[in-house]
Design a binder for this molecule. Sequence first.
Ligand code: SF4
Length: 394
Amino acid sequence: MAVGGGAPVTVQSMTTTKTADVDGTLSQIYALAAAGADLVRCTCNEEAAAEGLARIIPRSPVPIIADIHFHVEMALAALEAGVQGLRLNPGNLRKPHEIKLVAAEAKDRGVPIRIGVNAGSLHPDLYKKYGGATPEALVESARNELAYFAEVGFEDVKISVKASSVPLMIESYRLASETFDHPLHLGVTEAGPPPAGLLKGTAGIATLLAEGIGDTIRYSLTADPVEEARAGRQLLESLGLRERKGLDLIACPSCGRSEIDVIAVAQAAQDALGDRNLPIQVAVMGCVVNGPGEAREADLGIAAGRKRGHLFIKGKIVRVVPEDEMVEALVAEAERLVAEGVEARLAAADAGAEAEAEADRRELLDSKGADANASETKVELIRKRFGDEGDPAG
Ligand code: SF4
């Protein structure tokens, strides 16, 4: 799995199981891979964990990175187990001869190392020198580690300079990208539980990715790590940095025209479609008057009106179904669409669907008027007010 050098940005996550629990860890790794993780990190904090890695790696669907803190033997044991990457924390694996020993061993085995600097566990000397965990301090920590690696001719390195403060994280990575040519692993550390953790992670990671900074990403959430992998994948897909692999559900915010509870129907559609990994954009729209037009770029969508659902493909109505069958019809059509393609499904449209849908639209426009939100009526009232009372400032 290439990281950096123009390769697509990758998604990482980390297992929460004991690495010694081989089956439990593997089942989490499979769940993470299914949710979008390209690489998975496991802690290697004891001999049993290293032994677990030796059994996990041959059965894992994705490359495994060992997370190392404090103990040089754990890094060497992880290499022995056959890991595809190491993460070293320079804040707590500090002895130069040990760092060089690991780098030399990694070099011999062709295994990359991430220098994982973390504001919360910055080397005490740097903390003192800079009066805190500043961007300069984090970058200097990575630079010092690189210098040890250079002494043994090891260069296969990724760098991260994480912080739980989003502004500090952003500034640190900007400085790191100016300072180093190495691939950068992005993350806001200890971001906390969703939704705040997701927002913090996105604020930091997306800002940097939009600036062209970053080669691999990890959301650090206090949640099932599957959520981290899913969020990482969705972020990359939404930024157009990775091809769509899973569903993109869009829904209108709903308004006075809405004929259904859009939140409930969108949730039901998400629940029904979410795990099917269909690489399409599906729209749930509150009304048939504007819905199919507003969502005409979606591969598939459904709009509600007069107790019926108008199913549309690329904005073209293909079927009209009873309202209580909307989600069911959407799921069935999504699967057929992925299996057969747009042209085939448009050709299979119900003959009278367009006319039936148009009749619903007309009826709604006639009964509710073209101004269901009463915007034009309000504008008229405001105009009348100014007309009646003259210039209020005068
Ligand atoms: S006009 Fe229709 S589709 Fe647009 S937000 Fe309102 S209910 Fe949704």
